[in-house]
Design a protein. Structure first.
Ligand SMILES: Cc1cc2nc3c(=O)[nH]c(=O)nc-3n(C[C@H](O)[C@H](O)[C@H](O)COP(=O)(O)O)c2cc1C
Length: 147
């Protein structure tokens, strides 16, 4: 088990801009997009609201492996989290996604469509992607519990 460290959680909260998620299609072709709703769910999982339902979503149906990147020059923090995604289209997490979309809709004064799914990602590796010698080092070994 990999526990998401407090430093990683803090960066998700404090960074400017979205995180990025990479997926792979059936032929091995990579795809990377920004997901502003991508956040920490709990000590072991990330999650985001899928509202597009296009390449990323289709890729996840065939291959659940993902890599997520977040980086902040201002906070001098940068991580890559790898894991496996689960598509959630009903139940508590999906309802949480619906609620969050409704809040965003009323904040923006627009009517956004219902989420296609909530995507829950079980994290199994965390790396630093800072510039310099720390970059590429497996962060989980130094800052999280690996059982
Ligand atoms: C700043 C920003 C934040 C975004 N956040 C989300 C998001 O939270 N959920 C989502 O489904 N799409 C989000 N998108 C849209 C995706 O980046 C992308 O357009 C969508 O997944 C379709 O691309 P794909 O076919 O490669 O998946 C966001 C785009 C931008 C520019």
């Amino acid at each position: 088990m990999v526990e998401i460290s407090n430093e990683v959680k803090k960066l998700f909260e404090e960074k400017e801009g979205p995180a990025f998620i990479a997926t792979v299609d059936g032929g091995g072709k990579p795809n990377v997009v920004s997901k502003g709703s991508l956040k920490v769910l709990d000590d072991e999982h990330l999650w985001y609201i899928e509202s597009a339902g296009k390449k990323t979503y289709e890729n996840l149906k065939k291959n659940p492996h993902v890599a997520v990147a977040l980086a902040s020059q201002e906070k001098m923090g940068a991580y890559q989290l790898r894991g496996k995604a689960e598509l959630v289209t009903e139940g508590r997490l999906y309802e949480q996604a619906v609620k969050r979309m409704e809040e965003i809709s009323s904040k923006l004064g627009v009517s956004l469509p219902k989420p296609i799914a909530a995507i829950r990602i079980k994290v199994d590796e965390i790396y630093s992607i800072l510039p310099g010698p720390m970059g590429g080092e497996r962060f989980a070994n130094m800052h999280a519990h690996v059982i």
